[in-house]
Design a protein around this ligand. Structure first.
Ligand code: MN
Length: 446
């Protein structure tokens, strides 16, 4: 990251770097990035997105004028995360576009090109650019025309404004009453198509690989943040842009704190550690939890509680099929825990929708349909014993039942204990920094 004052220096360096000639190389085999790009391109193919916009309009009352935006970035030093509704309907990762969908209208409005902006951020989507033409909208127009164009559309008989990620004020229509398009978009987002599931599966596979690596790395003496570092570095290595939510690595007493994200404690022999994490790939999040003993073997008591939670989770997973409700999945899991006498130690619900939000949008009263994705994550928390266990998997509803998308992370005690005997990326803890600067800079000295 450079500051504006450093511009001349940075440009000077750029010239020097470009002057170096690259040696000739054999063509590369497709890598993980190519694979992910293929999944992204399929999930956000222009024709698919156009179909979503058409279905959205068809689901709203006649006369609907839908405007979907994404709030502007708070600053330009962090990677922008677009509003999920916006991403779902246009696939863009930048905030500068506003979508307008109405009868006979499928348009995107973007600011005109701006050389000063492009110096810092590269070419921006703008009317007349090849990127704008490839988006699949009927028209890509200058943002300056947006308010005037909307006034024309809203002057039609029976017209009504629906918004997501923007407001009448932001559109220059402060006097117009608007309804939320959120529920209608949520209803579409709730049922994933095959390309969405494939992209989401990439995020889930990355998360599975990360958890396996972290489990192999665990040792007493490792800090929670070192396990977090192993997990998040694996996310990045698989091309995920970020975590879908703040990683939870809670050991010992922290295993009982449901949304513990400080991750500062040093893990001790005898601790259980709850790792509740998820990679995000082009907006789609994974959400997987494993609980394992830091020393490598469950104590008898830990094993008793772990296997109870595992049975509850399996009962929940077994209940997932078309026609049942999320509440039925919860009741199936909760019954196993209640029958064993631990109902009071299970204070949260079993499932949430998963998608472009980790707690994805959608009506929890709606019966399950093929293409929906939900988590199944019962837990038992006994703070007096510093013993918390949560097990979470991501489950796709299929025509004949379900598929556990996160099945690549072991769940049984035997499989986990076998994995814990192995070495991982983080097995050798990071040493305190000391000595000469050049010594510190050598990563092999860790
Ligand atoms: Mn979850």
């Amino acid at each position: 990251m450079i500051r504006r004052a450093g511009l001349a220096l940075a440009l000077g360096c750029l010239g020097t770097c470009l002057a170096q000639e690259a040696p000739a190389k054999a063509p590369l085999e497709p890598g993980i990035g190519d694979q992910l790009e293929e999944l992204r391109a399929a999930a956000f193919a222009p024709a698919r997105l156009k179909g979503r916009r058409e279905r959205l309009l068809a689901s709203l009352p006649k006369g609907a004028v839908v405007v979907v935006g994404s709030p502007p970035p708070s600053d330009d030093t962090w990677t922008y995360r677009p509003a999920p509704d916006f991403r779902y309907l246009c696939g863009l990762e930048e905030s500068t576009c506003t979508l307008v969908i109405a009868a006979g209208v499928d348009a995107a409005f973007t600011p005109a090109r701006n050389p000063r902006y492009e110096l810092w951020n590269g070419e921006r989507l703008a009317p007349g650019t090849p990127r704008a033409a490839a988006l699949g909208f009927d028209e890509v127009l200058d943002r300056e025309q947006l308010t005037r164009r909307l006034r024309q559309l809203l002057a039609r008989e029976g017209a009504r404004l629906f918004v997501s990620g923007t407001s009448p004020e932001a559109l220059g229509l402060a006097e117009v009453e608007a309804a939320s398009a959120g529920a209608a978009i949520a209803s579409l987002r709730l049922v994933k198509d095959e390309a969405e599931v494939a992209l989401m599966t990439h995020a889930i596979d990355a998360t599975a690989a990360a958890l396996r690596e972290a489990i192999r790395s665990l040792r007493p003496g490792l800090y929670e943040f070192e396990a977090q570092a192993v997990i998040e570095s694996m996310f990045l290595r698989y091309g995920a842009q970020r975590t879908g939510f703040a990683s939870i690595v809670g050991s010992g007493p922290n295993s009982c704190v449901l949304h513990y994200t400080r991750n500062r404690r040093r893990m001790q022999a005898g601790d259980l550690v709850v790792m509740d994490v998820g990679a995000e790939a082009y907006g789609y999040s994974a959400d997987v939890t494993r609980t394992v003993p830091v020393s490598g073997r469950f104590s008898e008591r830990q094993r008793e509680i772990y296997e109870l939670v595992l049975r509850a989770q399996q009962a929940g997973i077994d209940a997932v099929k078309p026609g049942v409700k999320v509440r039925d999945v919860h009741l199936a899991a909760a019954k196993v825990i209640a029958d064993a006498g631990y109902r009071a130690a299970f204070p949260h619900s079993t499932s949430h929708w998963l998608g472009l939000d980790v707690h994805d949008v959608g009506d929890y009263g709606r019966a399950l349909e093929p293409g929906m994705v939900l988590t199944v994550e019962p837990g038992i928390y006994l703070p007096k014993e510093q013993l918390g266990v949560r097990i979470e998997d991501d489950v796709l509803v299929t025509a004949d039942g379900h598929r556990v998308l996160s099945r690549r992370v072991p769940r049984s005690v035997d499989e986990l204990e076998a994995l814990l005997t192995r070495d991982g990326l983080g097995t050798r803890p990071v040493s305190p920094l000391r000595g000469e600067p050049e010594e510190r800079a050598d990563p092999r000295r860790f």
